[in-house]
Design a protein around this ligand. Structure first.
Ligand code: HEM
Length: 426
């Protein structure tokens, strides 16, 4: 990576420490800090039945949010088999629920598409996520960005790995991968956070959406004229049966990528690090044998998926696990509940990188399975390798008070204070 990029990263990092955490407000609204362990409640409910009807009534809405965006009832789906069944059946269960909740800020994205329209768009967008692209991102973006952040604290002997690494690095990766100019990366980060805050602050979400489109428009126009080695260029020139993506379709996909790519990876890497740091014998084992990184990554995702719930809607009168569900009713699929189902995993609340690997549902499954999962796994591997190589004797700060994961919809630790043997100057 260019030296200038590293310099700007350092500057941005110093600035970030001086500013308030842009996730703070959003985190609070999602129960980060307040809701420490939803899993005991989920387990108690799941033991009674895997699917529950929940009447939401007229819960308070953020000002400006239309009535229809807030369902009055839904079914909570809590077991692995039931969540898996719903996700794999795109005929009985569709994704149109996102039209009301995310559509107003993101536009018409693949997240809310179904059937043939979804397949066509996904095929076009997948052109940007090839094996070759992931290898290029690893070498030219992820590795240099991760190391640049570690450079800042490696000689200090202590750091907060959330504030100084896992929070800022994935958004820099997405911004660079999209092809945004570096001077816009910080603005992009703020807007990405504001965009998904739409559920708690409708007007701010809408404004962020307009600003993001203004940010993308000149770049899309420039890449249509002269493609470069970035994702916007791939999207601007991708063709399927003679059709190309319109500007509006590209903006929508980019609006989805901002939170999909950054928010989830920030939280999943933080959760895995928390799991390892709070189980030092497992941390040592993975550090000594790096071939364990992939299974540690999957266990982290199983144990604490960053995103707990996703939404589907019944397209017909149907049943799931024996429970009748009327056409048009939303279902909240609890990925966390599915991943801790005792019918599938022994002692599911335990973090154990030595478990026999079994597919989990953190990335969902079926037609909408996460498009960025290989990128996310690669980012996690690069991050762990870099930390293990550069921070000897890495451990949770023994003086830190009660470090833990919290949150209801999104989950992660608020901070990860660590100590290590400071790197000597070369
Ligand atoms: C550990 C990190 C990640 C997790 C846990 C995760 C999780 C998910 C889940 C659960 C879905 C399905 C949503 C639904 O159907 O309702 C999804 C979809 C998606 N993810 Fe990820 N994601 C992660 C990282 C990423 C990254 C890094 C990117 C790209 C930069 C990305 C891009 C997408 C896209 C585009 C979709 C929509 C796919 C579709 O609708 O067909 N994700 N992700």
């Amino acid at each position: 990576m260019l030296e200038e990029e590293v310099r700007q990263l350092r500057e941005a990092h110093a600035q970030a420490r001086a500013e308030a955490d842009p996730f703070e407000r959003f985190n609070r609204a999602q129960g980060i800090g307040a809701i420490r362990d939803p899993y005991a409640g989920i387990a108690a409910l799941r033991a009674v039945a895997p699917v529950h009807h929940i009447a939401l009534g007229s819960a308070p809405r953020p000002p400006g949010m239309p009535d229809a965006a807030m369902p009055r009832e839904l079914y909570a789906v809590l077991s692995f088999d039931a969540v898996d069944e719903v996700l794999r059946d795109a005929r009985r269960f569709c994704s149109e629920g996102y039209k009301l909740s995310m559509g107003p800020v993101m536009g018409h994205t693949i997240l809310e598409m179904d059937g043939e329209e979804h397949q066509r768009h996904r095929a076009l967008l997948s052109r940007a996520f090839t094996r070759r692209a992931v290898a290029h991102w690893e070498r030219d973006l992820v590795r240099p960005i991760v190391h640049a952040y570690i450079d800042v604290f490696a000689r200090r002997g202590e750091a907060d790995l959330v504030r100084e690494l896992t929070f800022p690095f994935p958004v820099r990766v997405v911004a660079a991968m999209i092809g945004l100019p570096i001077e816009e990366h910080r603005r992009f980060h703020r807007l990405a956070v504001e965009l998904i805050s739409v559920g708690v602050d409708w007007e701010t979400g809408k404004r962020a959406s307009r600003e993001l489109r203004e940010l993308y428009a000149p770049v899309v126009a420039a890449r249509r004229r002269a493609p470069q080695d970035d994702l916007i260029s791939v999207l601007a020139h991708a063709e399927l049966d003679g059709t190309r993506l319109s500007d509006e379709e590209i903006y929508a996909f980019l609006c989805l990528l901002a939170p999909a790519g950054a928010e989830t990876t920030y939280r999943s890497t933080s959760n895995l690090l928390f799991g390892l740091l709070s189980h030092p014998e497992q941390l040592d084992a993975v550090k000594r044998d790096r071939s364990l990184i992939p299974q540690a990554t999957e266990e982290g995702l199983r144990w604490e998926p960053p995103l707990l719930n996703i939404i589907r809607t019944a397209t017909e009168d149907t049943t799931v696990a024996g429970v009748a569900i009327a056409k048009g009713t939303p279902l909240a699929l609890n990925l966390g509940g599915a991943n801790r189902d005792p019918a599938r995993w022994t002692d599911p609340d335990r973090f154990d990188v030595f478990r026999a690997p079994k597919p989990h549902l953190a990335f969902a499954i079926g037609a909408h399975v996460c498009m960025g999962m290989h990128l996310a796994r690669m980012e996690t591997r690069v991050l762990l390798d870099a930390l293990f190589d550069r921070l000897p004797n890495l451990r949770l700060d023994p003086d830190a008070d009660d470090v833990h994961i919290s949150g209801l919809l999104f989950r992660s630790p608020h901070s990860l204070p660590v100590r290590f043997d400071p790197m000597r100057r070369a």
